[in-house]
Design a protein around this ligand. Structure first.
Ligand SMILES: [Mg+2]
Length: 299
């Protein structure tokens, strides 16, 4: 696990020294001006939390905070103002522009430590909830909800940038029979292994693999044309066969196999996400009616 990083932005080295001593269990970075703070806030790995002085020589703390909150890269980093301005109006202003808390100077080390710990804990819980909200609990792939959002997002990006976009839909062949024959726990295990095989065949971070139904999976492949998508689909099919999971009640084979339908939108194609799904679904249907354990696309 990466160490927790805290960025302290303060123009008085003495303050930085005291805060760094209070937060010695964390990996502490610091900046002496607002601009330097903005720069360091964007260094990878991103800080987990920022302690921000309001009175700085160049940009004031409010301007720095507004800029951090307006940038998608840094918007999620909690900011705590550390300031001698402890009137309610200043506090309200800081909280309105997105700070999570306020610590007044002179500060008590115990309070700084406790507030930092609390906000780091809130941030961790929120990140975990966000991950759970998009994850299929059985397989660890993305879930249907995330897939629906991702395909809309990618379809818009495809239109704007005129890049190809492809979709692979996949059904495990005769999965109901597998469940009936081997039982549901074995069925779940089979789906987990198929999911891992799908994930292993996708090489790019932008590819989205999701479980969208019982034994239905989808892979969204941005910036991929039909030729590329057919190759990926074939890799997935082979990876599933290579698992060699026995399937005594399949008509297709004595192991678990899958049927795959591929569809692509060329960069100039404006027909959209719904049309892409429809095409892939038609091709999946064709893969099934042509004997299963195969990939069908257009071309
Ligand atoms: Mg200051």
């Amino acid at each position: 696990m990466q160490p927790t990083t805290i960025l302290i932005v303060d123009d008085e080295p003495a303050n930085i020294e005291v805060l760094a001593a209070v937060l010695e269990h964390y990996d502490v970075r610091f900046a002496l001006t607002g601009r330097e703070g903005l720069l360091r806030a964007r260094f990878a790995p991103l800080p987990d939390l920022i302690l921000l002085d309001v009175m700085l020589p160049d940009l004031d703390g409010y301007a720095v905070c507004s800029e951090l909150k307006g940038d998608p890269t840094t918007a999620e980093i909690p900011v705590i103002f550390v300031t001698a301005l402890s009137d309610p109006r200043s506090e309200a202003r800081g909280l309105e522009i997105g700070a999570v808390d306020y610590i007044s100077k002179p500060f008590s080390p115990a309070i700084v430590r406790a507030r930092v710990r609390n906000h780091l804990e809130i941030k961790r819980s929120r990140a975990l909830l966000q991950k759970l909200a998009v994850t299929d609990s059985l397989t660890g792939l993305y879930n249907r909800r995330h897939f629906d959002q991702a395909i809309e997002y990618e379809a818009h990006r495809h239109l704007r940038r005129e890049l190809p976009l492809s979709l692979v839909l996949l059904d495990v062949d005769h999965f109901k029979r597998y469940n009936d024959f081997y039982g549901h726990p074995a069925g779940d295990d089979c789906l987990r292994r198929v999911a891992a095989a799908i994930a292993s065949a996708l090489k790019r971070p932008a590819d989205v693999a999701a479980r969208i139904g019982g034994e239905e999976f989808a892979c969204l492949l941005p910036e991929t044309d039909q030729v590329g998508a057919l190759a990926v689909a074939e890799l997935i099919r082979e990876a599933i066969s290579a698992l060699a999971i026995p399937h005594a009640s399949s008509e297709v084979s004595d192991i678990v196999t899958a049927s795959l339908g591929v569809a692509s939108l060329a960069g100039s194609d404006q027909s959209g996400a719904a049309r892409l799904c429809q095409l892939a679904d038609t091709n999946l249907y064709r893969a099934k009616s042509n004997g299963r354990n195969r990939v069908e696309g257009n071309g």
